[in-house]
Design a protein around this ligand. Sequence first.
Ligand SMILES: [Zn+2]
Length: 543
Amino acid sequence: MAQETLYANGALYTVDAANPVAEAMLVRGDRIVAVGPWSSVRPQASADAEIIDLQGRFAMPAFIDSHVHFAWGSKYLDEVQLREAKTFGDVLARLKAYAQAHPGRTWIVGSEFSYGYPDLPEGGFHKSLLDQVVADRPVFFRSGMAHAAWVNSKAMELAGITRDTPDPQGGQIVRDESGEPTGWLKEKAWSQFETLAPQLSKSDLRAALLRAIKEANRLGLSRVQSAGMDDEAAPLLAEIFANDELSLRFTLSSIVNPDSNPEEVIARVSGWRNDLDADFLDGRVIKFFLDGVLESHTGFMPQGYADKPDETGTCLWKASAYNAAVSRAQQEGFQVWTHAIGTGAIEMALDAYGADGERSRQCRPRVEHCEIPTARDIERFAQIGAIASFQPAMIYPRDQWLGMEGLWEVRVGSESLPRAFPVRSILEAEGAVAFGTDWPIVDLNPLVGIRNAVLRQSRDHQPETGWVPEQRVTVAEALHAYTLGAAFAGHRENDEGSLAAGKLADFIVLSDDPLKVEPDKLADIRVLKTIVGGKSVWEEPTA
Ligand SMILES: [Zn+2]
């Protein structure tokens, strides 16, 4: 008989509408056997069940992140982590600490720094500032949203960039008045550094994945749905699973580009996915990209941009080819995710999904990001059975990308603002909503996104009344989108997302009750314990 654990004296928030709160839960092996009052759960346990007293603590289903880039995020954790830096001085301090801690690294790579540090020196991001900290090894830093890079003199030397190097197509080598490159490189001018900097070896990537899995467990995650770029990580995750070391469930997607043959991708993924244990590794997803992002005028906006009326952005697919590929993937039983940020891209995705009728409803196709749908399209999510996948930390991203938080509004214009990241409108139209992060682009901590979905306001209380406050959601709605909503968005709601008999025992114990704390403090709540499949995978060390 499998090990039994009886959790007693808890404040269990189940996210199960039939049984919203409970005090006790019985777990046998990796599944929940019973949830309810002590008097009804206790008799179902065997005499030798281990009893864990939750001491009145708040417990709930573990979080499911419906949009990450896990291999990329694992590498981010292995590099100089710059998103967390709030000042320019902190950026340099992080570089110094990393260089000292990693004497063997031939290149020092970091990403996700901001543009708007209050203490940014005059002259901006100059190679000499990096040279003062590290001169003997190349340093390569990518900016937040990856539009620019900042490198030191050694990196420029290894790339062979001099004052005589012309700007590449689609990029700019920024120069000072004398024509000397400054170390600041825009768009296509820095892509060569990605190939120059050495890639992680297989064993280093495996170690990075394991570290990232632990980090996800620490933040209360039991599953991540990874939105592509995991090709090199997938076999390693399968190996980690085979070694019984996998403590995070994965949904992996495979990308179909306009120039790839959908049949080939479908055939390749179909073969591979059959070998997976769906509880831990699931791969029934085809991902498409229809456009770029609004901040760089690449989101598809057929009506033009507010600050550039003639610019309509990028649409990567012809509608006929995209519709056919979506339909083929759904015929094969795949779930389709489409990166669609601009109005035109969202409309195109919903048109393709809608054209596939009942099959679409079964497959639950998703619109990833969904930043500015039309009023008509807000209604269409429920009508078609499509899911809106939001990354709430991006809604007003001042805490994530200091100085870039106002850019969205400049691009899209104030007229469309009421439909900006319209989480509330889609819920009110009875559409399904799932939350995630797009990690490592923003913080992986689900409570950071939950706070921002509820307040739409930065930690320093900007804007004062919240950004498009009519689209705020309640804490309960945000918790749902990060648990059962995300499980539904991954066809996993029968096994995950709520605390109910028969489901996997994936749950967390929190330091505070999110429904009772001041909303501003939501992101300060700590995960004390994470249980995945009945096993403890994170426990906060006692002081
Ligand atoms: Zn993404």
